[in-house]
Each structure stands twice: as C-alpha cells, then as structure tokens.
Unconditional design. Structure first.
Length: 722
C-alpha cells in the first residue's frame, strides 16, 4: 500500500488530521506563504496556526530527505548485487535516517582495513566457519598457514579471522540499535578538567564541570552547550560512559550462545573487540552529536521566542524621543527624532571622565538646553558602555526641568551593527557611526519592530549560547520569527522602509524596493489596488502581501484593516445587513449591532467561512488595531539606583531582558542585570521559564542577595514571608 506524504507526516504530528496536512502541502506547493495560509486560509486548514504549518513544512522536508536517502542506498546496494527482499523492506520501512545508515554500513565503501586485508588473503571462509562453530576450524586454521600470503603461523591466521568478525560485529545494524538504546538509557556524561587547564579558566566559568557526572537522559541543553564550549576551549575532557557488562553479555549471548571451544573463544574476543573499537566509539559520537543537536535546537527556539517578544514590544507612540548613546572618552552622542521617527537634531556632550572638568561641568547645561530646544518628552539610554553613569547623569539633570521628562534603558544590542551597515549609511551618510546609533536607540522605543528589522537578528543578544549553535539553522529560525512578527503586526504601506517590507508575505527584496521607488515617484498609495501598478509585482505577490499592508486615511477604510481585499465584498454585505457602511468602521455602533451575530447563519448568507467571518468582524470593529498595544509598555524612570542601594528583601520593578533555561535576567535599574533563578520564579515547580515571563515583561521582584565584588544580583519573584 502506497502511503502518502500527508499520512507519513501525520505519524510525526498525530494531533493534525491528514486532510489538514494535505491541504497545507498543496497550498505550500502553489507558492502560498505560511503567514498567508495561517491568516487567510483558515477554512482550508481548519484553523491551523503558523507553528503547526511550519511543523508540517519541516516534517515534509525531513521525510523527503529520508526517502531520497533510502532510494540512494537501495540503488548502491543493488549495484553491488547484494540487495535482498528482506534488506530492501528493512530500508523502505525505516523511520529515521540513522536506521538507514546502520543498514547501509556493511555495504558502504570503506578504506582498506585490517579486515579487508584478511579477506584478500582468503580468510573470509574461516571467519564464517568460526561464527558457525565448525568443528574442523582448528584443522582449517593450520591448513591456512601460508608464508607467501604473510600468514606465517596460527596466530596470524586467527588475528585475520578476528579482524573480519570484529568488523562484521561493528557493522551490525541490530547490535548498534540495541547498544544505542542501552547507552542512551543508562549512559552518563562525565567531564574532567584537563591537566593544567585551570589556569586558562581564569574566571572559573567551567568550575562546576571540573569533576562532573550526569545521566545522558537528564542532562539539560544549556549544560550540553556549556560543556561543548569548555571542551572546545581546551578546558574539559568529555566522555560518555556506560556499564559494559550488560552490553558484553548481550553481544556474546547473541554471537556465541552456549557454544564453547576454539571457535567460541575467537568469536568472543572478536565480538568484544568489535564493540570496543567500532560500536562503542561510534555510539558515543552519535550521542554527543544528538545531544548537541537537541541542545542547539532548544537554544535556537529560546532565541526565537525572546526575539519575537522583543520585536513585539509595545511602541511608544506620539512622543518626541532623544536617543542617548553613552561613551566615556568620545562623549555621549545625542539624537532627537519626532513622534514619527523622523530625525530632528543631534549633538555631543562630555559628562564623564576622562573629559576635562570644564566639559563635564558644561554637559548638564547643554543637555537641558538640547531637551528644551527640541521639546523632548522621552529619553532612551543605550545599555552599553557608560550606560549606568549616563543614567545617573540623566536622572540628576531631568529633576531640574520644568516639565516632566522620563527615561528608559534600551537594549542596544546590534545598534553598532546597524550603524555601520549599508542601510544606515544610506539613511545618514554624513553621520558618524555613534550618531546613527543614537538615532537607532531613540527609534527602538518608538517602534521596536520597524527599527530592529534593519539589524541581523543574530546580532541581537537575547538568547543563550547563540554563537555555539549552527548559524545557518539559527538564521533560518530567526528569519521565520521576524516574518511572523512583521506580518502579525502589518505595516503602513505609505511609510514602511524596504527593510520592513521585505519581510511581508509574498514580497522580495526587489519588489520591496520597487514599492518604495513607486511611492517616491508617484506619491502615496490611496488604496490597496494601486499596489498592482508596482513594476514586477505580479498577481501572486499581490494576493500574498496585500492583506498585511495598511493604508491609513486612504480612499477605502477597509484598507486600514487586516481584512483581505478578496473579502471586501463579504464585509460590505455584512455591514449592509445591519444598515452600516464602510464609513462606520470603528464606531461603537458597529460593535453594538454585531454583538449578537449568528455566525453560522450570517457566514452562509454572505458566502464566507465562519473563521473568515470572525476575522472580518474583528477588522470592522477595530480598524488600524496594532497587536502590540496589548503588550507591556517600557518601564519609565525618573531616578536611578546603585548596587550599594540594594538590600535583601527590597521590592522593585524591572524589565525582563533575557529568558534562558535556568531563569530570567531582569534589569532593575542598576549596572548589572539580576538573575531570577528558575527556583525563585514561583512557589510551584517551573519546568520552562518562558511559560512565566517573556522579554520586555515588567515584573515585580525582591532582592535575594547582592555580591558587589562579583557584580552578581540574585532576585526572586516570590514575595518573602513576613
């Protein structure tokens, strides 16, 4: 029976029905994007979300890769005239790539081994005689002695037989499968510090791994990556060890059974040697690789979640913002942008040493004058070098203003990457790198998504061990995250940069640039239909992208919703049934009239699916809605703390900067972020910190302990008992 690709995927994803998978695969093959399918084809997929669609996509790729490899292996073995019906069936029914490779191993082209040489000397029949426990083996060994073949004595002949059997044991798919399962179940990872390597580990980063043992099944991903890094840096020796007694018993009972005598002795020695030389080391490499791949996948997933939450932080709309890029020697670069992110003004002040005393004294007055001149309402301070000293300077200065001005600490990771990029040079050709960085820092709190998409996601430090994972895999994941975030929010077609547009469903770098060029030459888009006039933007690209592009104050109010133009007719019919028009969008009367909507009946009347109707209603009720408005807003501040101010039990609010396996790092307004260990996040057991907090969240914490000398702050999210 021929099993379809959709049925195979369903084995991987049992919660998704075959019909849903088949429909999704069909749309992907037709060139539909994941965001488009998730948002505008809910009836066809029965409401699958982006994660489920990407899971289908990934499973399809894995299965197709596996099937391709099966075909290659079958063809190679067939060419060797060694393919039996049983072997072919074993390969065809294999469910993972490792099974296929195990079955292929005996037929794989090898370099010239000791076993190969022994076979060339004619010892293969004797090896078969040994494994079949031939009573004449002793005589056959004596007869095989032949100095001309470099078989000068019995020991040389037995050694050749040994090599052939050992290699056959090592190539056995069944043996490898059993030993792999046993080692995975009972194996332990052991690490030791290398002799003389403690001096390399000056800060004691790997101290806990100097003499460390943990079960292979239980070792967490972050430890695997830490151990890998320690090994790579020459600090640690790493081994996978397992009790070999059960393995030796399994091998000998299968190879020898109750036999005894010369043949049994030869087979036993060869079998155990086959495990020691071939299977054991191979299984250790496999397990290390699998642990590393699993850890990398987990780290990439964490980075993706953190990046998504960073991109989806609530924008601070309608504020004139000053970006403050701190520095010591070269001075602090200030740049002001208006409420729409347009650059207004820039300057440099020198509030910190080693600047002269005169410059330091003049800095505050210049700073206050600059704020007043540009009517600054908010200050965004980068969290890099000299950040906390600059925060103290800002906090002191704004107390002397007549109008309230707040500041916020902004994660400036990647700002330097952006500042030196082609995009930044084109936008601000006459600015220094630091001045561009100040503009970027200001814009990051106005619209984090629009600004951060200009930066390579891998340069934004919101993960763990991101430099230790496969960079191609990380890049692909982060591109997906950016695509998801941008399309969920949508973009203003009349203001979006090419860097933002390129992430919209269906658009490419070329079409994104063409949209901006068309807009610059022909003026603002008045409606979504005008998008069809953009050169080289075809019907498919229009269909995939248009629903994610907004036009504010255009000729059709529906263009400022996430309702797709293909549903405009249905939306108009819906409104007319309740004596409403498109000009009523967003008015309270719309929600009042649609509150008792009979979804199934109305969907049938206006000829759309129920899920599509539900989305149409939401779009009609809240045109221009920004998904990020529901997210936590940045923590605004007027004063600053130092580590010396912190006392155990003190209650503070902070911003989550990073979420990792073992907890979360929280900015509480001092120079060093504090760690809320996973054990201090809740009174109940927490398996995954990301289930409780996300990057950008504002959390209440209590000081647990402070180590000023080591610059470490331990925090708790559990209120201390009175």
């Amino acid at each position: 029976m021929d099993i379809t690709l959709a049925e195979k995927i369903q084995h991987d994803l049992p919660k998704i029905r075959v019909k849903q998978i088949a429909e999704t695969l069909k749309m992907l093959e037709e060139g539909d994007t994941v965001p488009f399918i998730a948002r505008y084809r809910k009836e066809r997929t029965s409401n699958l979300d982006e994660v489920e669609i990407r899971d289908i996509q990934a499973s399809a790729h894995r299965i197709q890769t596996l099937d391709k490899r099966k075909d290659e292996v079958i063809k190679i073995i067939e060419e060797q005239k060694a393919l039996t019906p049983k072997l072919k069936k074993q390969i065809e029914t294999a469910t993972v790539l490792q099974q296929v490779e195990d079955l292929y191993l005996p037929y794989k082209q090898k370099r010239r081994t000791k076993a190969t040489i022994a076979k060339e000397k004619g010892l293969l029949p004797l090896a078969k005689a040994a494994t079949s426990f031939d009573n004449e083996l002793d005589n056959k060994i004596s007869q095989a002695i032949d100095p001309d073949k470099d078989l000068s004595d019995r020991e040389t002949v037995i050694s050749g037989i040994h090599e052939i059997i050992a290699e056959e044991v090592g190539d056995s798919a069944n043996f490898r499968k059993w030993i792999r399962q046993n080692t995975n179940r009972y194996g332990v990872m052991t690490t030791k510090v290398k002799r003389g390597a403690k001096e390399k580990d000056e800060t004691g980063t790997y101290q806990q791994y100097y003499d460390f043992t943990q079960s292979v099944r239980e070792i967490p991903s972050y430890r695997t990556l830490a151990i890998n890094r320690g090994e790579k840096e020459g600090i640690l020796n790493v081994k996978i060890t397992v009790n070999e007694t059960p393995i030796n018993w399994y091998l000998t009972s299968n190879m020898i059974g109750k036999h005894s005598g010369l043949a049994a002795d030869i087979v036993k020695d060869a079998t155990l040697d086959g495990y020691q030389r071939f299977i054991g080391p191979a299984i250790e490499r496999e397990i290390r690789r699998e642990l590393s791949e699993k850890a990398a996948e987990h780290a990439i997933d964490i980075f993706g979640k953190n990046l998504y939450n960073l991109l989806m932080q609530a924008p601070l709309k309608g504020r004139v913002v000053m970006g403050f890029d701190p520095a010591y020697r070269t001075g602090c670069k200030l740049a002001v942008v208006d409420s729409n992110g347009k650059y207004l003004d820039k300057t440099v002040i020198y509030p910190h040493k080693p600047a002269s005393e005169a410059k330091r004294k003049a800095a505050e007055g210049l700073f206050i004058d600059f704020i007043n001149k540009n009517h600054v309402e908010m200050i965004a301070i980068g969290n890099g070098t000299a950040s906390r000293e600059s925060e103290q300077f800002v906090a002191n200065a704004i107390k002397k203003l007549d109008t309230p001005v707040y500041y916020v600490i902004v994660n400036e990771a990647g700002a330097s990457v952006y500042s030196a990029s082609r995009v930044a040079r084109e936008e601000f050709p006459d600015f220094s790198v630091e001045q561009r960085s100040a503009v970027s820092i200001a814009r990051r709190i106005q619209d984090p998504l629009a600004e951060l998409v200009k930066i390579d996601p891998q340069a934004i430090g919101v993960g763990q061990y991101q430099h230790d994972v496969p960079q191609k895999q990380l890049g692909e994941k982060l591109d997906q995250v950016v695509e998801t975030a941008v399309n969920q929010v949508g973009v203003n077609l009349n203001t979006a940069s090419p860097d933002l547009l390129v992430h919209i469903s269906g658009l490419t770098k070329s079409t994104a640039n063409n949209i901006v060029k068309f807009r610059n030459e022909s003026g603002k888009f008045s409606n979504r239909t005008d998008l069809k006039k953009v050169p080289r933007l075809g019907p498919k690209a229009f269909e995939q992208s248009v629903g994610f592009l907004r036009i504010i104050n255009g000729s059709n109010p529906l263009d400022n919703t996430d309702i797709h133009p293909e549903s405009y007719s249905a939306a108009t019919k819906l409104l007319s049934q309740y004596d409403l028009t498109i000009n009523d969008l967003g008015k309270p009367i719309v929600a009042e009239k649609l509150v008792h909507l009979d979804l199934p009946v109305v969907a049938q009347t206006i000829d759309v699916g129920e899920e599509t109707l539900r989305d149409i209603v939401k779009g009609i009720e809240t045109p221009g809605r920004d998904l990020r408005d529901d997210m936590p807003t940045p923590l605004l501040k007027k004063d600053v703390l130092t580590m010396e101010d912190l006392k155990p039990g003190m209650k503070l609010q902070g911003t989550v900067r990073n979420v990792v396996d073992f907890g979360a790092f929280v900015d509480i307004g001092v120079k060093q972020d504090g760690l809320v260990h996973i054990s201090k996040m809740s009174k109940t057991f927490v398996r995954d910190p990301s289930k409780l907090v996300s990057v950008g969240d504002i959390v209440t914490v209590w000081i647990d302990s402070v180590d000023v000398n080591r610059h470490r702050i331990q925090l708790s999210m559990i209120e201390p008992a009175d």
